[in-house]
Design a protein around this ligand. Structure first.
Ligand code: B12
Ligand code: SF4
Ligand code: SF4
Length: 330
């Protein structure tokens, strides 16, 4: 029996969830060899003392006995955003769909709140329940955790893919100090088969299909999100991308498993522009030159004030100007 009602799950944009008592990742050796080859590049937090911490969930929360893993979907927002990009209103610049998937707010804030609510609900039913959440920044291999919970497989693009839900979701988990009486799903098998669409579509050739990992520094997401100022030059091949100024969805856009939910009736969300008005107005509708001028007009502090609690705050004014220079059109 599910401890959560369907209404509660859908209120929190959860499209699937799973349960596992496996505390250690199945793919830790793959992470170790990836880091050993320097494939993490400048993402130092994957290679320092936090590398070891990823060996077991108990390194993050010593009392962990089990965990619940949730998929928070932004696929409907993705569909609405794609419609906008195809329209004449689009200035040709692209922002990754996860940014607009949570009402323009940083998903860490909204998903965190949801996980806290779910934990409270669970605590009403289970005495002495203690928990911690895992959402991105904890030293947890979250795709592997979701894989252990039976929620999907590792695509060649390295995304965790669900047969029914595709890959446009955020993974958030609760680490629990008790085992629950819940069914455990079988781990999902590979469904990429002979497909190589993502490998072929990646403009910067960041995907290593043998190991199903990326060379982090070649990935547009690293360059546009993680490099806050002028630093390493843009990955080679970026000129063949399609106007990405923050994050990149290309290897998910071409994945056939992201078409399946649409064939099954998934529809674009309504009111995307309204709930993300600031980002649409400042980045996606003005001409690229106007976007740059507008950013230059902001002080760094003013930018932080205006974009506080949105994902764009992370990269800041200088980082975004760096990204925009690449797509400055005459
Ligand atoms: C660092 C990081 C990045 C880096 C590096 C990405 C990468 N592929 O590693 C950069 C900045 C490039 C990035 C980009 C993006 N990210 Co990111 N990122 C992370 C983070 C913080 C750590 C990932 C990590 O540990 N990488 C290390 C490498 C080695 O792991 P891996 O690539 O997953 O490789 C595993 C598989 O290859 C597996 N494997 C391969 N073959 C096989 C076979 C078997 C049988 C098994 C068992 C395992 C296996 O073993 C490896 C180790 O687990 C996680 C959050 C977290 N704490 O986990 C989010 C996370 C992975 N990111 C996420 C998102 C949404 C994105 C973007 C889509 C954002 C965007 N639109 O721009 C892109 C997608 C790019 C891509 N194709 O991966 C989501 C992914 C959700 C999903 N459906 O998979 C996560 C889980 C955040 C979250 N909480 O939801 N990200
Ligand atoms: S996110 Fe973009 S750059 Fe990174 S691997 Fe996918 S297609 Fe390539
Ligand atoms: S595009 Fe093809 S190869 Fe790439 S992840 Fe999707 S199914 Fe796998």
């Amino acid at each position: 029996m599910s401890p959560f009602s369907d209404e509660l799950l859908s209120f929190h944009k959860i499209v699937d969830w799973g349960y596992t008592e496996e505390l250690s990742p199945r793919s830790y050796d793959r992470l170790e060899s990836w880091v050993g080859k320097g494939e993490h590049g400048t993402l130092g937090y994957l290679a320092d003392h936090r590398l070891d911490a990823r060996k077991s969930l108990q390194e993050v929360f010593p009392d962990t006995q089990s965990s619940l893993v949730f998929l928070f979907s932004y696929h409907r927002e993705k569909l609405a955003l794609e419609n906008f990009y195809q329209s004449s209103e689009s200035n040709g610049l692209k922002i990754a769909s996860y940014v607009l998937g949570f009402e323009g707010k940083d998903y860490h804030l909204l998903v965190r709140e949801s996980l806290e609510k779910l934990a409270e609900k669970l605590s009403e039913k289970i005495s002495d329940l203690k928990w911690r959440l895992s959402l991105d920044i904890q030293p947890v291999l979250e795709r592997d955790l979701a894989h252990r919970a039976g929620l999907g497989w590792f695509g060649k693009n390295s995304m965790l893919i669900s047969k029914d839900k595709g890959s446009f979701f955020i993974i958030g988990s609760l680490l629990l100090n008790k085992k629950l009486e819940l069914p455990k799903r079988a781990v999902e098998t590979d469904h990429c088969g002979q497909c190589r669409a993502c490998v072929e579509a990646c403009p910067t050739q960041a995907i290593n299909e043998e190991t199903r990992t990326l060379t982090a520094e070649k990935c547009i997401a690293t360059w546009t999100i993680e490099h806050f100022k002028e630093g390493p030059s843009a990955p080679r091949g970026m000129e063949n991308a399609s106007g990405e100024i923050f994050g990149c969805d290309i290897c998910q856009d071409v994945c056939p498993w992201n078409q399946r939910p649409v064939r099954m009736g998934l529809a674009p969300v309504e009111g995307l522009e309204k709930s993300n008005a600031l980002i649409f107005d400042q980045f996606l509708k003005k001409t690229p030159i106007e976007v740059i001028e507008n950013l230059e007009f902001h002080s760094s502090r003013g930018f932080v004030r205006e974009f506080k609690n949105t994902p764009l705050e992370r990269t800041g004014k200088r980082g975004l100007l760096k990204n925009l220079q690449f797509w400055k059109k005459p």
